[in-house]
Write a protein that binds this ligand. Structure first.
Ligand code: SF4
Ligand code: SF4
Length: 386
């Protein structure tokens, strides 16, 4: 039943362990787990944030997944938790990230390891747009990959959940290189699909208890949605979540790319839900990112979504009119994290304040993701807010 999506209402993180076990019981492939299975648990650890900020997967969801694996006979030494954030990928950074996000405590209590060696290997793949990927080593040696995404909005892709979370198996700044190689969202979406097809997770359990709306994946606002979802099919999960966010799934670059390859439909079919179907209704007053609000969810790469005969004209002016990052100088603390991650050298730090060189910017919004004080806003022309 690979197409099925499981959904359950949850009161809070105190119930996370129980609901994750329930999801494991329903997902057929978890029967593969035994004492010899090498398991990777991949939460979303975008940046150093405490769980209450709703930027990262809550540690109690991780605890639930660890316990569910152990109860199926997995050995503690065969379970490894890993991710890479957007900036420099090294042991010190990862230890600090795991600590702040609350994962170190849970892993210590449950007796499983967090990956801090930060080694990766380049693999060849036969993707539609990507031919090689740098992948964090233990992912390549795993028998079973458990994807633990957070339900969030995303200024560049509209949303982030099961599909986008797997981008984190590419180490640190290598992710920025992909933004540089594929600045247009259409090809970026195909790259994400190439990655998912090359290294498909076995299951995903989505943390939608405290989700994020607005200018996610880091600059938005926590929103209590109170659900956990699971599936063996990443596209199906994200189609369902797009509907709940009242977001046209075909405006999500990787879902559009997957649909063009017949890997998913254009929207979620309610016949594939297991659980309370009413939970799939669009969430009342859900706030999309500024870059996706207004007519037709106008997004950061609208040239990709206009008829092909006018695409060249739109491409020419797109750079000027597209939603773009703007620094709030009052908030900026001059930490340089945005400069560090910008693959186009479009950011300079002057007088302890960041400044964006607009003509070099490719609107990838990586800077927006990593700013620790929400000092980078997404601006767009008033006309696109209509
Ligand atoms: S300034 Fe920000 S949005 Fe523009 S290219 Fe650099 S990281 Fe991407
Ligand atoms: S904009 Fe944010 S990330 Fe960039 S220097 Fe200022 S505080 Fe740091």
């Amino acid at each position: 039943m690979k197409e099925k999506v499981y959904i359950k209402k949850v009161n809070g993180y105190q119930d996370a362990v129980e609901v994750v076990e329930d999801m494991f019981c329903q997902l057929e492939s978890t029967k593969q787990i035994n004492e010899n299975t090498k398991i990777i648990l991949k939460p979303n650890l975008l940046a150093k944030h405490i769980p209450e900020h709703a930027v990262t997967t809550h540690p109690e969801i991780l605890r639930g997944a660890i316990k569910a694996c152990l109860s199926r006979g997995a050995k503690r030494e065969n379970i490894l938790v890993l991710d890479s954030a957007g900036g420099i990928y090294n042991s010190g950074q990862m230890k600090s990230l795991y600590q702040v996000c609350g994962l170190t405590k849970v892993c210590n209590e449950e007796g499983v390891a967090l990956y801090t060696l930060c080694q990766s290997t380049t693999i060849d793949i036969d993707g539609q747009v990507a031919k090689q990927f740098d992948i964090i080593n233990p992912v390549l040696q795993a028998d079973y990959i458990i994807n633990l995404p957070k339900m969030k909005t995303h200024v560049m892709t509209g949303m982030s959940a099961a599909c986008k979370n797997m981008f984190g198996i590419i180490p640190g700044l290598k992710k920025s290189e992909w933004h540089m190689r594929f600045p247009d969202k259409e090809r970026f979406g195909h790259m994400i699909v190439d990655l998912l097809e090359a290294i498909p997770p076995n299951i995903a359990i989505v943390d939608g208890i405290l989700a994020m709306e607005g200018d996610g994946p880091a600059g938005g606002n926590p929103r209590n949605v109170g659900i956990v979802m699971a599936s063996e099919n990443m596209y199906q999960l994200d189609l369902a979540i797009a509907g709940m966010m009242n977001l046209n799934a075909m405006r999500v670059p990787y879902l559009k790319a997957a649909n063009s390859r017949n890997l998913c439909s254009e929207s979620f079919d309610k016949k594939d839900i297991v659980g309370d179907e009413t939970l799939l209704e669009p969430i009342s007053n859900w706030k999309l990112p500024e870059s996706y609000t207004g007519k037709n969810n106008a997004n950061t790469d609208f040239a990709a979504f206009v008829p092909s005969f006018i695409r060249p004209i739109v491409k020419k002016i797109e750079h000027t009119i597209a939603p773009h990052p703007v620094i709030d100088k009052k908030r900026c603390i001059g930490c340089g994290k945005c400069k560090e991650i910008c693959s186009k050298d479009a950011i300079i730090i002057k007088d302890k304040k960041a400044k964006i060189i607009r003509k070099q910017c490719i609107h990838c919004f990586c800077c927006h993701e990593v700013c620790p004080v929400k000092a980078i806003e997404v601006k767009k022309l008033e006309i696109f807010k209509l």
